[in-house]
Design a protein around this ligand. Sequence first.
Ligand SMILES: NC(=O)c1ccc[n+]([C@@H]2O[C@H](COP(=O)([O-])OP(=O)(O)OC[C@H]3O[C@@H](n4cnc5c(N)ncnc54)[C@H](OP(=O)(O)O)[C@@H]3O)[C@@H](O)[C@H]2O)c1
Length: 349
Amino acid sequence: MTSRAAGGQLLRLAINGYGRIGRSVLRALYESQLTDRLRVVAINEPAEIHRMAHLTRYDSTHGRFPGQVEVNGGQLQINNDSIATHHFEQVEELDWATPGVDLVLECSGSFSSRSEAERHLARGAGAVLFSQPAAADVDATVVYGYNHRQILATHRILSAASCSTNAVVPVIDAIERAFGVEHGVITTIHSAMNDQPVIDAYHHTDLRKTRSAMHSIIPIETGLARGIDRVMPALAGRFQAQAMRVPTMNVSVIDLSIVLCCDVNEAAVNAALLSASQDGYCGVLGYTEEPLASCDFNHDQHSAIVDASQTRVAGKRLAKILVWFDNEWGYANRMLDVAAYCQSVGVGG
Ligand SMILES: NC(=O)c1ccc[n+]([C@@H]2O[C@H](COP(=O)([O-])OP(=O)(O)OC[C@H]3O[C@@H](n4cnc5c(N)ncnc54)[C@H](OP(=O)(O)O)[C@@H]3O)[C@@H](O)[C@H]2O)c1
């Protein structure tokens, strides 16, 4: 067994589920400054290795991989790094001990409970980070930039929350600090995902997810309000949320309406958000006044970008804010940021 990371040493990662998020995380690592702190040593994905390599090299959304991708026996060779690949659906068939996996990035979408994460630990992993909201009894649910410092070296099972939670929490926090929040409603307008069919099919038990992703604007269940309650307990019960999927490949937008505790105008709301983007949320929250469209945010690594041109205030206390986010790339970068924080405090080591 390869030796594990102690706090501050290289953290050895495995990716379980090499789909949109799994591949985005791998690629984001090679486009980041984190390769001296994080290394992917193993990937588990049902698809066989040549298809994994092909979809690593060529990506319809993010373009060609900026490096060498080769297959060498059962290893995926990325530049000079060899990554062992496995093709199991059952966690029990995996061996995370031999490659010395410190942290499994659980990106399959198939698992979300503590007991399912414990199956990875039983196979030798040091810790697990879910790429989605998980059960309430995980050690911590973190939105990087807001509460990731809650992570302790003793934690073993973590969730990086959802992409929309990562997008909206920094904005709500900035507004709460500046003006106070009474309550709010949120609409997430989200690009299509792989849990929808291209044309109508028996793809999902959720009947709306049996409908063509290319053809309709589709309302969809969302746990965003619960996610806010969990990571911002002081604001619990103050938000409601809706979501809909739209026929675009990537980039989503949040329409956030908040009743504030004091009188505001549009300039004051934008000033508070600009300040947050430059200060406490630098690198996590972006800000633009340009007349942009969703495609302009593709491959943007922020969790959210405030579109200041769309801020509105009705009466004196109802503020409406538009926030863009690359649901794949922004989130993949936050998974890496959380993993790097785990490395700094010694999670999984
Ligand atoms: N896409 C986004 O914008 C986004 C953003 C944030 C969070 N997330 C979350 O991240 C998770 C993955 O989403 P995604 O968009 O990446 O989905 P995806 O593209 O469908 O990728 C999931 C991959 O995991 C594989 N898989 C399924 N069961 C597995 C198992 N038991 N063991 C190992 N691999 C398995 C799938 O293979 P098969 O196709 O053969 O089943 C697929 O290749 C979901 O929970 C999602 O909510 C997604």
